[in-house]
Design a protein around this ligand. Structure first.
Ligand SMILES: *Cc1c(COP(=O)(O)O)cnc(C)c1O
Length: 427
């Protein structure tokens, strides 16, 4: 496959953008090749600057669950653009999307729109601290919650890919307020809470860990955290930026029946435009400025284009059978991948929840970050490069999930399985 144009564009980009990219994992560093530059996309496919096409399982890292350029979403954005891109004043669309969110997540009584997942988690934590009057937070190793200072401690995919557990530039004085525990280990979380009595404002977690691949919560883990938070007056922040509207319309909370006090959303809620949101109990949300004292703001928050894309997307996701379709396609693909790996005698642990999945290149199932063996990512990199060459676009890291869209056809899935058979044999 010819990547001449992408290479030239990358060389140029590196002169003016650090690493040539505006988000580190896009640089393909961990998979040992240069990134492809994208020219356009449609449905299940993306097309690079050299005119190569790929079946896309990145989906902009999750948002494109309808596939790229769904006509209804494109139309909504175009119509709104013609009436003004931004006013910095309230519009009816913000309330409309807020109502849709509250309807999908019964524990969200009030919601505030922001422009990214990072802003959502950062603001939710400030709010939890303001509400409880406590400073410490507890997160889990390998969970990523965006790049705010206090959350860049043992933060999964992006950092893991580059081998830095905690980012330089985060003052030790900030990081010391962030406690970490092992994912899926309730006793570890309990021990952290017991060691810091009355000091923890919130526990924040990915209800399905998608930034260390795809790790489902063990039975009782979410329920146990819910009880622990209730007993200790701790705010439970469920970060559904990836899983919200992905594994069910009501996210992982609908799937597992455990509810957070605060919930963070992003990715799908913006239909491909920059949107995040955080919401929850009225009593907590009313602590936010201008009702309460906890400050939070945004020039472009609730942006008309972004709200329109989000509303158009959610309207389509709400239709009967949408998530059954995603489930079916994902199950078919993963079964095919598993059979292909077995035929090539490649040990894998294929892990999936709904429309998100990960093939770990090791036989042992992954329940937490430590379970990923040191040699596993190198095998993934070889697999990744063959897949790319075969026209299949996967996220360029062992620690990322793959995402199914409604636009993936039976032919796409079969072509992907064929490509994988070849890639497994090539390892
Ligand atoms: C992507 C992601 C974020 C950060 O969202 P951005 O829009 O990239 O800032 C936060 N939490 C989770 C679980 C994510 O997957």
């Amino acid at each position: 496959m010819n990547h001449q144009q992408s290479s030239a564009l990358f060389t140029k980009a590196k002169q003016v953008i650090p690493g040539g990219v505006n988000s580190p994992v896009r640089a393909f560093k961990s998979v040992g090749c240069d990134p492809i530059f994208i020219a356009r996309a449609a449905g299940s496919k993306i097309f690079d600057a050299d005119g190569n096409s790929y079946i896309d399982y990145v989906g902009s890292w999750g948002p494109m669950i309808l596939g790229h350029c769904h006509p209804k979403v494109v139309e909504a954005i175009q119509q709104t653009a013609a009436t003004g891109a931004s006013f910095g004043a309230p519009t009816a669309r913000e309330t409309q999307l807020a109502e849709m969110v509250c309807e999908a997540y019964p524990n969200i009584e009030m919601v505030r729109m922001v422009s990214s997942g990072t802003e959502a988690t950062m603001s939710a934590i400030r709010l939890a601290r303001g509400y409880t009057g406590r400073d410490k937070i507890l997160k889990f190793d390998g969970c990523y919650h965006g790049h705010a200072d206090s959350l860049l401690v043992k933060a999964g995919s992006g950092l893991a890919t580059f081998g830095v557990p905690t980012s330089p530039g985060v003052p030790a004085d900030f990081a010391k307020h962030t406690l970490t525990a092992t994912y899926n280990d309730l006793d570890d979380a309990k021990a952290m809470v017991a060691a810091n009595p009355g000091e923890i404002a919130c526990v924040i977690l990915e209800p399905i860990a998608g930034n260390m691949g795809c790790v489902a919560p063990r039975a009782g883990f979410l329920e146990g955290l819910r009880q622990l938070c209730d007993a200790e007056g701790i705010v439970l922040v469920i970060d559904e930026v990836m899983t919200g509207f992905r594994v069910a319309y009501g996210g992982a909370q609908e799937r597992f029946g455990v509810r957070g006090d605060l919930v963070c959303l992003g990715k799908i809620i913006g239909g491909g435009l920059p949107v995040g949101a955080f919401g929850g109990k009225r009593e907590i949300m009313e602590c936010l400025s201008p009702e309460g004292g906890v400050y939070q703001a945004g020039t472009l928050s609730g942006n008309p284009l972004a709200m329109s894309a989000g509303i158009a997307t959610l309207e389509l996701l709400k239709q009967d059978g949408f998530y059954d379709l995603i489930e079916e396609k994902s199950a078919y693909l993963c079964k095919g991948l598993q059979e292909a790996a077995a035929a090539a005698k490649v040990p894998t642990s294929l892990q999936r929840v709904g429309g998100m999945f990960c093939t770990y290149f090791q036989a042992e199932e992954v329940f937490n970050f430590e379970d990923v063996k040191p040699e596993t990512p190198a095998t993934f990199s070889r697999f990744f490069r063959t897949m790319l060459d075969e026209g299949i676009n996967l996220a360029p890291s062992q620690y990322e999930a793959g995402f199914m869209s409604a636009a993936h056809s039976q032919e796409d899935l079969d072509r992907t399985i064929d490509a994988a058979s070849k890639a497994f044999k090539n390892l």
